[in-house]
Design a protein around this ligand. Sequence first.
Ligand SMILES: [Zn+2]
Length: 415
Amino acid sequence: MLNNYRFTAPERFLRYVQVDTQSDPHSLTQPSTEKQKDLSVMLVRELKEIGVADAHLDEYGYVYATIPSTSAKKVPVICFCAHVDTAPDCSGTNVKPVVHKNYSGQDIVLPDDKSQVLRLEENPYLETQMGNDIITASGLTLLGSDDKAGVAEIMDLANYLVSNPGVPHGEIKILFTPDEEVGRGTVKADLGKLGAQFGYTLDGGERGNLEDETFSADGVKVVINGVSAHPGYAKDKMVNALKIAGQILGALPKDRLAPEATEGRRGFIHPVHIEGTAERATIEFIIRDFETPGLKKKEDFLRTLVEETVRVFPKASFEYQVSEQYRNMKEVLDQHPQVVAYAREAITRAGMEVRMESIRGGTDGSRLSFMGLPCPNIFTGMQAIHSKLEHISVQDMEKAVETLVHLVQVWEEKA
Ligand SMILES: [Zn+2]
């Protein structure tokens, strides 16, 4: 435990979730919604109140701040990063957080919609939360622990370090980003200005989790060129591109290589969009695998499947375009093993068992890693995210803060 420290993450969290910061995938502005800055402005003000003098918000909605070093050693500069926006999938307007004290396994009925019930048997992680205080929304909105838990925990780290100047650590950078949920969280991040060597996103789930892997990801676009003709006089002339597209989709494996048939470390080929006419049809796929060479194998497999389907129609042809989306951050993190090793050490020192996880998706951390800031993802406690049953415990949030306090000291010790 942190001797007699009164954690501020939970009370900050309860305030931050009441600010609507939903991002918008259809917006072309940066940030995608102006309201995200409402929280960012609040964070800058609170950082200054804590004593972090250089905290500021830029025009694109990013908050930058520095906690000066307390060590005489030359310690690498570490950044902690979290996103202020909440997911577009579920309302984030008028979030009313409710604290359910001393959880004992009972059903938690959300007050504003009694059909929303948080049940132990559907959320087995709650088994680890007996006696803890669980925060939920009121039933009409998401909670926003993704990622305001991460934001509140980093704010509490700042509060702890500034009020305990005897704790040795190097220079710490704080970065709060907008628009992570719409895939644009790092677009305008200025890493030169940030000036950190290594980073951590606070955007993970269960207590003790540490994520150092994401998918590698490509997109594939298949265009099928058929032959159009007046349907009344089409005999032996028309080749319908839509029907060929249907055959391609029908020929995809059903019990493997599909998101609905895979978990763990297995990747997939996933059609996400189709459009067209008899003359020309387009299918868009996403390809995912933890191994980048595995992407190529899946792309070759899909290409062969398309080729064989189209070959039956001599007058039809196809185009096949692969575009890179993002890469597994482990490729970068393996070159800097201390980043993950020190986080493991910090989680252990905070009294938890480390659980290494792979993210079946991408994160700001994977993008930051390839932009030059190696950046694994640390747990925050968030659960059932992007839903009305989203929840988090006060105690898990405090464990995350404790982990960060250890982590900055591990970096100082090893320098
Ligand atoms: Zn998140």
